[in-house]
Design a protein around this ligand. Structure first.
Ligand code: PHE
Length: 333
């Protein structure tokens, strides 16, 4: 090949080499041990003596040119920043911020109110015995709530608790009054799932036992809770009711937080919302946990957590709580 063409070809390849390893292979191609320019230089000795000097000068000039071009190109590409796949000009990805589930938020807020009233937080268990869910709570053997249509039974005569009142028994079995506890947690009932029913939901149980508390203490504690939780203008109403484990028993209504008691769709135009069951602990319950008869007095209450969360946020369908839909849940963070 003509030497000028060889130089042009080499310079062209050098100028296109975009990375040091490509440049190195170009160097080897021309200046390596078997490189084209090296071969050229080596062949000079075999030329007739009158041609050697000129050919030698040409070949040396070619080598110098190519070497200079290699050095220059190397310093150009070596200092170039590596092409990165990360585009640092794009906006960053915001890390997701976690938040408590609206059901858990109600539990924590209620817990904070009851803590100020001296109530201790305890947890029971979800798989329970018939004794703790029914018998010790004075629920007779033929009571319909014991039916398999109303309670999930597990193998071996246990069950999934259908109310957190079980925790009243668990606590009294192991401890002596004075007691002031609240116990939130899951309960299970084989209800057909619809907008207001779920086979699993949450309750908050409260229990106070000492030797002097009265029904007015029960009213006082519940009124304080309702006002601190829902706002100071909330009114309450205690309607006579029946629970086997309290006597007397009541259902507690509060003035509708949506219409202020005037009557709306949520309170079915009554101005009132049913919010919990409550009552003075029945002596039969004290007896079943082995407390001496006549020594203690106390009251208990139980409320549904989902219902409170639904009222609080104006949620119409209980199923939304269990779908893990972040578009729904993010509204409460
Ligand atoms: N356990 C009752 C229920 O699930 C509520 C309740 C609790 C009533 C404590 C009175 C006392 O309906």
């Amino acid at each position: 090949m003509d030497i000028t063409n060889l130089i042009d070809e080499a310079l062209e390849k050098i100028s296109r080499a975009s990375a040091p390893d490509i440049l190195e292979s170009v160097r080897i191609e021309y200046l390596g041990r078997n490189g084209q320019i090296t071969k050229l230089l080596r062949s000079i000795g075999s030329l007739p003596s009158d041609q050697r000097s000129e050919a030698g000068q040409e070949a040396n000039a070619a080598r110098e040119k190519v070497e200079a071009a290699l050095t220059e190109q190397f310093s150009r590409i070596a200092h170039q920043p590596k092409k990165s796949k990360i585009d640092t000009t794009l906006p960053g990805i915001r890390p997701l911020r976690g938040a408590f589930h609206p059901v858990r938020q109600v539990i924590q807020d209620a817990r904070a109110v009851f803590r100020r009233l001296g109530f201790e937080f305890v947890e029971g268990r979800e798989v329970e015995t018939e004794f703790h869910n029914f018998t010790a709570l004075n629920i007779p053997l033929d009571h319909p709530s014991r039916d398999a249509f109303d309670t999930f039974y597990t193998k071996g005569k246990n069950l999934l608790r259908s109310q957190t009142s079980t925790v009243q028994i668990r606590v009294m079995e192991t401890r002596k009054p004075p007691l002031r506890i609240i116990a939130p947690g899951r309960v299970y009932r084989p209800d057909t799932v619809d907008a207001s029913h779920s086979f699993m939901f949450h309750q908050i149980e409260g229990l106070l036992v000492d030797d002097r508390s009265t029904f007015s203490d029960l009213k006082g504690v519940i009124n304080l809770f309702l006002r601190q939780f829902f706002g100071k203008n909330v009114k309450s109403r205690f309607r006579p009711h029946f629970f086997p484990f309290t006597e007397p028993s009541v259902e507690v209504d509060m003035s509708c937080i949506l219409c202020g008691g005037k009557g709306c769709m949520t309170c079915k135009r009554t101005g009132w919302l049913e919010i919990m069951g409550a009552g003075m602990v029945d002596p039969a319950v004290f007896q079943s946990v082995g407390y001496p008869s006549g020594k203690y007095r106390g009251f208990a209450f139980g409320m549904g957590v989902e219902r409170i969360a639904m009222l609080r946020h104006g949620i119409q369908d209980i199923r939304l709580f269990y779908e893990n839909d972040l578009n729904f849940l993010r509204q409460f963070s």
